[in-house]
Every structure is written in C-alpha cells, then in structure tokens.
Design a binder for this molecule. Sequence first.
Ligand SMILES: N[C@@H](CCC(=O)N[C@@H](CS)C(=O)NCC(=O)O)C(=O)O
Length: 203
Amino acid sequence: MARKLYYVDLNGLAESIRYILHYSGQTFEDIQYDHTKWPIQEIKDWLPYGQFPLYEEGGKTLNQSAAIGRYLSVQANLLPEDAWEQAELDATVLSIHDFWSRVAVYIKEKDPDKRAAIKKEVLEERIDYYFSRFEKELKKNNGHFGKKLSWADFVLVGFVEATNLCFDIELQKQFPTVNALINKVQSLPGVKEYIAKRKVYRV
Ligand SMILES: N[C@@H](CCC(=O)N[C@@H](CS)C(=O)NCC(=O)O)C(=O)O
C-alpha cells in the first residue's frame, strides 16, 4: 500500500510521524516542500485545511498531526489496548500541543518586538511550566508517559527537537528524564538509521 507524508523540509509537526513510520518499518514517501518558498498556493489550496502535515495511505488522506500519529501508533504497537490509558495519552499529547501553540505563534509572528516578547515568555516561563510537569509525569511512569513506550513519547521528542531548532537551544538539558527519553527514542531501531541519514534542518 502506497504511503506518503507531506510536509515542509523541517522537523516541526512531522518528525514524530516520520519516527513512528521508520520505527514500525513502514515504507513511505517523505515529501518535503522547501519551507522558504511557502506558501505554494496550489499546494495550500489542495490541502484540506491549507496546512501540513498530510498523510496519505491507499489513496485516502488524513490531516492533523495528532490524528496521524495516533493512527500510525496502532500498527507500531505504540497505543495501549485499555481505553482509559489511550485517553490519558491523548490528554498528554494535547498538553504537548498546548506547549507548542505559543512556539507556533512565534513562528508566524512578523513583528520583531512581538517575536522577542514571545521568545522571552517561552524561554523564561513556558518551557519550565510545561516541562517540569512532563518531567514529573515521565518519572512517575519509569521514563514514559504510559506504562510503556507510546506515541505520546514520540510526540514529546518531536516537539523538543522542533523547539530546539526554532530557538537554537537544547531545552532537554534542564530535564534529565526528558533527556533520557529523547536518547531512547532516537536510538530505537529504524529511528536511529533514519537520523543517521537525514539532512540537517535549517530554519
Ligand atoms: N493542528 C494542526 C496544525 C497544523 C499546522 O499549523 N501546520 C503548519 C506547519 S507546522 C502549516 O501548515 N503552516 C503553513 C500555513 O498555515 O500556511 C496539526 O497539528 O496538524
């Protein structure tokens, strides 16, 4: 079955999806548009809500990064069977997205003063607020958000990498359990080989 992932040539919302696909050994076409040329109007018009990522499988398409990650996590054995545990992971993923929402505003903002103010807020308040909580949650569960490795772990790693790229930081340095999870996910079979050959992202 032909699988395709459409995004720009950055980690952003797509990297955790790429990781899950590589981890589960799925062959897929990783279609990446040059972000410096975005918006490409004909592509934007073709996307269901004008935004990436878009996942295609067997001629059907799915938008929203969380829905794509959750769907792929079934084949990758990254979703627990218990409905309550699934919902807990959904809540975690949405909290990670809540953290990211301010970074997304920073990326879109053009005014330099406003950008500087958002950056300050993210670096001085938001990272600590969210990541002290993620750290606590991971510690409680032996280094994972659920009872074992799950898609929420991949989502966190993807957003840490994207935030690091955006602000040229290594935010995990302040959070040892988050750091350990990143090292673990980056060393997983499939993910490790992918990282070794992926291009360096530049914003
Ligand atoms: N909630 C959506 C957000 C999608 C989103 O913001 N995509 C950005 C890239 S990270 C985008 O396509 N931006 C280009 C645009 O809006 O024109 C998701 O998680 O997939």
